[in-house]
Design a protein around this ligand. Structure first.
Ligand code: DAK
Length: 258
């Protein structure tokens, strides 16, 4: 499958998606989001793929939704078409682990897209922000909700109300980013990390992802109950037998995703 606005590669069980609209700093137009949703469908239905990396360019992960595309839209246009919603939210429905590798600007919808991924690795140049307020609109792809859960109310409120950007160091300090990768090794490190995840049992990494995400939705006791069910379910896989046998036999496990 070829795409106009993204590049998709497959390596060692990992799908690498690169946003590719350099002329617009990877602004998230509807065609780009359609490509991204299609690529996620393809990679998620590919049994050879155990993890996904989403990245942009050195200058921009994505500078937000496409302002030029949005400019002439009216409220009925957006409401009736449910503008950007289905494809824009597709990442949050991905079931396989996804790492965002962020260099440069991750603004508005770009920041929101990165936050829909499972964790964010950032280069030193990364800048995160929700500048929608400067355009006379509110965040629209979950920024007011996810950013608040990542960095707390005070910082989220300041960023959403003023459009102030957060640099990589502040993003790591506040928990938005899991690690900063120095120099130009960001995508290599993201691929290395994703390859490690892809070598695990895919049903188990999917269950772990589901369990961690459940912590955002339910009470602690309900979340722990859900985790327990996942834990018990893992014993229904051949990979549990293999993982434990490999430990006892002092060898590396070979998971079969069964
Ligand atoms: N949209 C369209 N084009 C963009 C763009 C964007 N978001 N960001 C940059 N570009 C284009 C510029 O217009 C310019 O194009 P030309 O003029 O060369 O044709 C080219 O990319 C290079 O940009 P600059 O010349 O501005 O580059 P600089 O280095 O000077 O500045 C910048 C970089 C990132 C600081 C600046 O480009 C900038 O401020 N960009 C806009 C950032 C922004 O405001 N982002 C938030 C957009 S609003 C929803 C879902 C999501 C959303 C809404 C609703 N629903 C589900 C309903 C999301 C909304 C947003 O994200």
């Amino acid at each position: 499958m070829t795409y106009e606005n993204i590049i998709v590669e497959r390596r060692d069980g990992v799908g690498l998606i690169t946003l590719n609209r350099p002329e617009a700093l990877n602004a998230l137009s509807c065609p780009l989001l359609r490509d991204l949703a299609q690529a996620l469908d393809d990679l998620e239905s590919d049994n050879q793929i155990g993890a996904i990396v989403l990245t942009g360019s050195e200058k921009a992960f994505a500078a937000g939704a496409d302002i030029k595309e949005m400019q002439e839209q009216t409220w009925p246009d957006l409401y009736v078409a449910n503008y950007m919603t289905v494809d824009g939210d597709r990442m949050s429905r991905s079931r396989k682990p996804v790492i965002a590798a962020v260099s440069g600007y991750a603004l508005g919808g770009g920041c929101e897209l990165a936050m829909m991924c499972d964790f964010i690795l950032a280069s030193e140049s990364a800048k995160f922000g929700q500048p929608e307020v400067t355009l006379g609109i509110t965040p629209g792809l979950g920024g007011s909700q996810r950013l608040t859960r990542f960095v707390g109310k005070s910082k989220a409120m300041e960023m959403c109300l003023t459009g102030r950007m957060m640099d990589a160091e502040e993003a790591e300090r506040t928990g938005l980013v899991s690690r900063i990768i120095p120099g130009d090794g960001l995508v290599d490190e993201a691929m290395k990390t994703a390859t490690k995840i892809a070598a695990m049992s895919t049903p188990v990494t999917m269950m772990i992802k589901e369990a961690v995400n459940r912590s955002y939705e339910v009470t602690l006791s309900e979340g722990v109950r859900f985790e327990r069910v996942m834990f018990q379910a893992a014993f229904g896989t051949e990979d549990q037998s293999e993982g434990m046998a490999a430990f006892v036999e002092k060898r590396k496990p070979v998971f079969k995703n069964r």
